[in-house]
Design a protein around this ligand. Structure first.
Ligand SMILES: NC(=O)C1=CN([C@@H]2O[C@H](COP(=O)(O)OP(=O)(O)OC[C@H]3O[C@@H](n4cnc5c(N)ncnc54)[C@H](O)[C@@H]3O)[C@@H](O)[C@H]2O)C=CC1
Ligand SMILES: O=C([O-])CC(=O)C(=O)O
Length: 263
């Protein structure tokens, strides 16, 4: 497999470690990154490109986006049009309804598809499966240590370093959450896309100095099953906003395309 990656940050670097450890390194790897990161990546033995055209010209079999919302419009859309399957982690980008339409049209043009991994959470398979049974509610709470909300609008609402007890600073729709907290609410968008949509999926975000993990809890009620799930994600050492489970979820997507059995 020739794997194309977008972004050379926390997820990409950890992903490459996991694939190497698992003996699942693709035969060829091309990474689209910011020019400032090119030297470090080349030193790690990675084939580097710095613009979308060069990534597409390399013709990877699969592209995995591990960068940020802007990469979805900038690189994923042209890649889909060119017929390359794309796994996207910055799922919150699809809260922009126009971009969501553009992405779907691009996949149709390229006769390919965009794959949305479970990312930091689990249970998305069940939620998506339950959709035709009629889902009546999806309520999601994201609870992270104050540090994980640094550099987000939560900073203007709370004195994050001084918090001594949990503070719920956001209650609203998945759409609002994903658009206002692009680096922290991809899970909200994933649940919305799997289940009730961006307007009806209810989201709470909590800065909690009493926890050391990124805790994702959601409850689903539907025609065929009701369930609640709680994931206590360990934060990535290099980016406390991102749960380590996200890296493994992306690794699973890659390994499922290399193995005889996909699970
Ligand atoms: N689906 C999910 O459950 C989750 C999704 N995420 C998302 O995954 C993405 C990556 O997360 P991390 O690796 O932890 O972030 P990071 O900030 O450590 O790394 C992202 C890297 O991509 C680079 N980048 C951004 N836009 C780019 C572009 N257009 N082209 C090339 N490089 C670009 C940045 O400069 C940075 O080096 C973020 O959007 C994050 O919000 C994170 C956690 C869970
Ligand atoms: O990794 C996590 O804990 C979840 C996250 O950042 C997101 O939903 O964007």
């Amino acid at each position: 497999m020739h794997l194309g990656l977008i972004g050379y940050g926390n997820i990409t670097r950890a992903l490459l470690d996991v694939l190497a450890r698992e003996g699942a390194m693709p035969a060829r790897l091309t990474v689209l990154l910011r020019p400032a990161q090119a030297e470090a990546a080349r030193a790690a033995g990675v084939e580097v490109v710095t613009d979308t055209d060069a990534l597409l010209a390399a013709c990877p079999d699969l592209i995995v986006e591990c960068a940020g919302h802007s990469a979805v419009a900038g690189t994923v859309v042209p890649a889909l049009k060119a017929g390359i399957e794309c796994v996207v982690v910055s799922i919150g980008a699809l809260a922009d309804a126009d971009l969501h339409d553009t992405v779907r049209a691009a996949a149709k043009t390229g006769h390919t598809r965009i794959v949305l991994p479970a990312g930091a959470i689990g249970g998305v398979d069940l939620l998506a499966a339950l959709k035709p049974s009629g889902i009546s509610s999806v309520v999601y709470t994201s609870r992270k240590p104050p540090l994980a909300w640094k550099g987000t609008p939560a900073e203007a609402l709370l004195d994050l370093p001084a918090l001594t007890e949990p503070a719920t600073f956001f209650t609203g729709t998945a759409r609002e959450a994903a658009l206002r907290y692009p680096k922290n609410a991809n899970v909200a968008a994933t649940l919305a896309l799997a289940g009730l949509g961006f307007e009806a999926t209810q989201v709470q975000m909590v800065a909690d100095p009493t926890v050391g993990q990124n805790i994702h809890e959601y409850r689903v009620t539907s025609g065929a099953a009701d369930y609640a799930i709680r994931i206590e994600g360990k934060p990535s050492p290099d980016n406390p906003k991102t749960s380590l489970a996200t890296v493994y979820s992306v690794a699973r997507e890659v390994m499922n395309r290399l193995n005889e059995v996909a699970i």
